[in-house]
Ligand binder design. Sequence first.
Ligand code: IMP
Length: 429
Amino acid sequence: MAGIVLVGAQWGDEGKGKITDLIADDMDYVVRFQGGNNAGHTVIHGGRTLKLHLIPSGIMYPHITPVIGNGCVIDPKVLLEEVDRIEADGLSTHRLQISCNAHVIMPYHKDLDGASERRLGKLEIGTTRRGIGPAYQDKSSRMGLRIQDLQDEHIFRKKVEAALVEKNDILEKIYGLPTYTVDQIADEYLEYAERIKPMIADTSQMINKALGADQWVLFEGAQGTLLDIDHGTYPFVTSSSPTAGGACTGAGVGPKAIDRVLGIAKAYITRVGSGPFPTELHDETGEMLTQIGGEFGTTTGRQRRCGWYDAVIVKYTVQVSGLTDLVLTKLDVLSELDTIKVCVAYEYEGHRYNNLPCHQTVFHHAKPIYEELPGWKTDITGCRHFEDLPKEARDYVQFIEDLAEVPVSMIAVGPSREQTIMRRWDPRP
Ligand code: IMP
């Protein structure tokens, strides 16, 4: 068995795509296990930049089988647009495998995502409005359509018809939006189906077989731990499980398939959308991190909120995902700062919280307790070994490692593949 799970240790956008890229050479499969085209991976490889939302970054490598697992929700239109874009870039997509049990994002899911956000007004979640939440809602209420339904026109039409009885009522009577006919949806989706059919597979069986044959499988999480439907800052979360456990349910493998869990964390922290964020910076340092770090969403282009590294959050991720390694990204973004703060605990009504508070009210009002460390004020983008880093940068990494209580195995000091310090990483130990 050789399963590696890669998860975001914060609120997403930690630079997971780059780390996948780094370890991809050793992988046989790269599997996405949750989410949909709400994700955004920017992969820079061989001089080209590829922005992916749905298709796993393994698509860049001819030796890898990229898989979209059963835990994902798929907008067929977006999937095919992405396929076309990748092909136009000279890469082949014929290896892509899609789970027959993944759910389909329907046109009304997208309408309802936007309408529900508008109705929430100031209380909005700040979703990507891609229909992700409504698609998972239908999955749970057993009204969803799955990828396998695209293979049978009769079943597809019957299921759409059943769904539209309720959806049209909601669209029209609650939100005053246009409704759909079965033909309207079938005409569009059955056309997509023709192109998607060859990609549909029993991916759980495929992955288990690969693991049994000692092949290497990377389970690639989207979003981040604090956006997990169970373990995140509910209700300001996504609708799936980006924690390591989600890899098992979302890909159809048992927990014994997982050998290692890499948590990816930025050397600071960002969040898009609404919700509590104790270390958020509303000053020029926050603005500087946004600009130097290029903190604008890959999927929506929205400016990300920026703040100091929050060790309480990462410690929580270590716990809920059972991290074996931490990977620190974008350390170079901090290079201009005189001093750098790290949140080591929170304070609320005179109490100190060393761990993530269970009650949302405490977290919403938590004041960060900081330790301040000296900056290094040197360009570190050329460093390739831990020893090459200035002492202050090494101390910063060491401080984070001590707080997380798991080794920092890799450190990214720039966007390209080469700009990485492989500190304690032996891909096939
Ligand atoms: P949804 O996933 O579109 O339903 O959005 C729910 C929440 O998750 C919102 O706060 C989004 O901004 C956030 N979110 C979804 N996908 C990502 C991502 O890839 N990176 C960061 N935040 C995300």
